[in-house]
Design a protein around this ligand. Structure first.
Ligand code: PMP
Length: 429
């Protein structure tokens, strides 16, 4: 068993001063009945905890570390920019460079606004859609997570499921939630029904084009196409939340991979290369309603922060100039997720693997996982047991069943094979 004495002592101390000892719930390892590792440093594909345990990192800060931790080019850009000051709260050249870069990479994005988190990005995109259409209601999907703004904490995924309680948060007023309608992922009929029940009232449909917060659930054939069509017909703004998938599933995200153009897109952590960043953007006509051009107010003291922009521009430029990043992380995905699939099959274990490119989930259920209801059939104790075993063997996975595994450019085939060998040992094959 790994020595975790320092992490344990820090967790005891942390709980005295921070709710649950953590600054974001998933980090508490509550969903797997464990206590968290406190991370001291990260290097390429590895994490090191306070007790100096070295682990292969399959979280990558929940996505942004697509080049691996502490990539030398990103690190150098940050070291250089900090010499000139950490924040000005004023317009900078780097913000123009960043906006141009994002608009070049994504044909659906004609204008973009930087914010500081994915939560801010989705909250602002919805406000923009409402301001643009003059309508109030929105449709989201059960099991999709779009951050923690009030109106989106309705049947949300990620940590909200993992904690096993009702998926709605206390402290959200019925007023805030009443305009949020929920449909089922991969069930177009459920969307159609809402459109006919609330004719002319739907401002926006927001979804993860590949869901990753109930574990990874790919969209089935025609699901997104039909949503695109009904949004166009009904004058509803289609928002793809690409906080996880953007710049990962392809340079141009899921929208490039799947060939569907949303009206607005939201992005997050990957744009910041590990610094706190989010962004929302899309059609010029829609984005022009945002202040100071239009009546939809949205602002941020640290938005477009020079350090965050420098890190993000460097990571995005690297991705743009090195298409082999995608070839490599997708091939590693095939190796890892294909390998896990083979192992559970050989073991006759009641498990299923879903994956798209470099993100994937091993579900502890024998059902095909295609929506929130099927994801919830997973045996959470089974996952927790597997998670602890794998952590002890040096593979750091998401501390909850309903999350994705993330691969980076820094991972090697040898890392994957080591992880697969541990998984094979766990499943007894
Ligand atoms: N949207 C999606 C799809 C996400 O996965 C997340 C967080 N992982 C968010 C929004 C919220 O982003 P943040 O945690 O940066 O607020």
């Amino acid at each position: 068993m790994a020595n975790t004495a320092k992490s344990a002592a820090l967790f005891t101390e942390a709980q005295k001063y921070i709710p649950g000892g953590v600054n974001s719930p998933a980090r508490a390892f509550q969903a797997v009945g464990d206590t968290p590792r406190f991370i001291k440093k990260a290097e390429a594909q590895y994490l090191y905890d306070e007790d100096d345990n070295k682990m292969i990192d399959y979280i990558g800060s929940w996505g942004p570390m697509i080049l691996g931790n502490n990539h030398p080019a990103v690190l150098k850009a940050v070291e250089e920019v900090i010499q000139d000051g950490l924040s000005f709260g004023a317009a900078t050249a780097r913000e123009v460079d960043m906006a141009k870069l994002v608009c070049e990479i994504l044909p659906s994005v004609e204008m973009v606004r930087m914010v500081n988190s994915g939560t801010e990005a989705t909250m602002s995109a919805l406000r923009t859609a409402r301001g643009y259409t003059g309508r109030n209601r929105i449709i989201k999907f059960e099991g999709c997570y779009h951050g923690h703004s009030d109106g989106l904490l309705v049947k949300a995924g990620s940590g909200l499921i993992a904690e096993g309680g009702t998926p709605d948060s206390a402290g959200v007023t019925p007023g805030c939630a009443q305009d949020t309608l929920t449909a089922q992922y991969n069930n177009f009929e459920s969307v159609e029904k809402l459109f006919s029940a609330y004719k002319g009232e739907i401002a926006a449909v927001i979804l993860e084009p590949v869901a990753a917060n109930m574990g990874v659930v790919p969209p089935e054939k025609d699901f997104l196409e039909k949503i695109r069509k009904i949004c166009t017909e009904e004058g509803t703004v289609l928002i793809f939340d690409e906080v996880i998938t953007g710049f990962r599933l392809a340079l141009g995200g899921a929208q490039e991979l799947l060939g569907i153009k949303p009206d607005l897109s939201t992005f997050g952590k990957i744009i910041g290369g590990g610094m706190p960043v989010g962004a929302y953007g899309g059609k010029k006509e829609i984005m022009e309603v945002v202040a100071p051009l239009g009546p939809v107010y949205q602002a941020g003291t640290l938005s477009g922060n020079p350090v965050a922009m420098a890190a993000g521009i460097t990571q995005l430029t690297y991705l743009k100039e090195h298409p082999d990043v995608y070839t490599k992380i997708n091939a590693l995905g095939e190796r890892l997720y294909g390998g896990l699939e083979e192992i559970v099959k050989k073991a006759g274990a009641p498990c299923k693997v879903n994956h798209v490119g470099s993100i994937g989930t091993l579900y502890f259920t024998d059902q095909n996982v295609r929506d929130f209801a099927s994801a919830k059939t997973a045996d959470l104790k089974g996952y927790a047991d597997y998670f602890k075993f794998m952590m002890d063997k040096g593979s750091y996975f998401a501390p909850a069943q309903f999350e994705a595994m993330f691969l980076s450019y820094a991972h090697t085939e040898a890392d994957i094979d080591r992880t697969l060998a541990a998984a094979a040992e766990y499943f007894g094959v």
